[in-house]
Design a protein around this ligand. Sequence first.
Ligand code: UD1
Ligand code: CA
Length: 459
Amino acid sequence: MTNAHLNIVILAAGQGKRMRSAIPKVLHTIANVSLLERVVNTALSLNPQKIIVVCGHERETIQSTLAHLPVEWVVQEKQLGTGHAALQAMPHVQSDSKTLILFGDGPLISSDSLQAVIQSTPKNGTALLVADFKDPCGLGRVLRDNNGLFLRIVEEKDASPEELRLKEIFTGIVCAPTTQMEQWLQRLGNHNAQGEYYLTELPSLALADGCAVTTVRLQHPQEAQGINDKKQLAQQERYFQRSQAEALLLQGLTLRDPNRFDLRGVIQFGVDVVIDINVILEGKVRLGDRVQIGANTVIRNSIIGDDVIIKENCIVEDSHIDRNCTVGPFARLRPGTVLKERAGIGNFVEVKKSTVGVGSKVNHLSYIGDATLGTDVNIGAGTITCNYDGVNKHQTIIGDRVFIGSDTQLVAPVTVGAGATVGAGSTITKDVPENQLTLCRKQQVVVENWERPQKEEEN
Ligand code: UD1
Ligand code: CA
């Protein structure tokens, strides 16, 4: 249900100089989703009436990359500070609402924490989200009086050495009734070390008006860590991955080492699935019961059936693997691969846009592309489907129970009839009849009385 009384403003106009990157800061990603998209998704979970994103630096790139998001874009022409950025959004918010301000570079804030801020917002005043940081370096510090009552926020660059020792920081997240928020934002000054209009001055203006300022303290401070440089980006990626892995462990997934597992997307999994170290899962991945995934394997947008074993060092992409198949080690399943029940793909085998039938085996050093293999086919080591003539791709059809000898080239388009045997080393350019032995190979010759050359004796 939409919360008609909530508007959310997300600030994303800054350049992000400290990232030292040509990509705008908020388009950097955590687990393949951009920082800004993560903040928008969390904002959406609160069902606000409106989400307004303030952008400026590289705004065309940001807007076109994130055009699918249901937000209203507002421009801050010059980056004059966080308070100035928020002010640009105010003509677009509804006056009879609360406005919640978020930063586009704080992607991991949870919706529970935001709910707490919204609920703590006084009718006549503002609520701030604060946190205790072990290392508060670079952040705005919260100053309090001897009774612990909120006084003001001081930015690092304006703080005295004593103030710099404070560990309580402002997360940047603030909520207030919209009309009050707008008045305070209009009154912000820029008499500070950076000559910017700071959002952090807002609570001081509220206090000066005799309004209440409530602070809500984060239970997990790391949620609020903003991302200003690549070190913080890496830290937040690890924090995100660790939290995700712990949740999966509690849902019954076995991860040999939760610190060496990356999920950049969503998984569904059955019982007793075991994932070894350094596995990366991307997009949508579905794992059946008792699936085992070996170390250093990457699986992207694929469906894996019950009892499948994927051994070490495999790459599986846009593929569908039925139950009881075995893959790898060192196999590459490219988009459009379908392995039917009990199929086996061995080491150094590449499969693309092909179906491997029930119980069929491609065990060593092969390329199977644009092919359909029936049931119980055996493809010998080093077999290649020559599917590409330099212009077009062609199909290879292999019937049930076919045996292809090692080092065979199947020049497509070509069909091998059911039950056929192809002799090793053949280059097959014409259709092969059912149940016969077909081979295409020069006769072996023996050169009699031939002698191997000898090395001349050196003296
Ligand atoms: C800000 C806060 C600081 C807080 C910290 C939390 C201010 C002045 N400081 O510092 O108190 O502890 O976040 O992470 O608010 N932005 C604009 N337009 C601008 C400037 C910034 O849209 O003119 C956006 C940025 O794109 C960014 C966000 O506002 O998403 C925060 O700006 P940033 O420069 O990263 O502020 P911090 O120095 O981290
Ligand atoms: Ca920041």
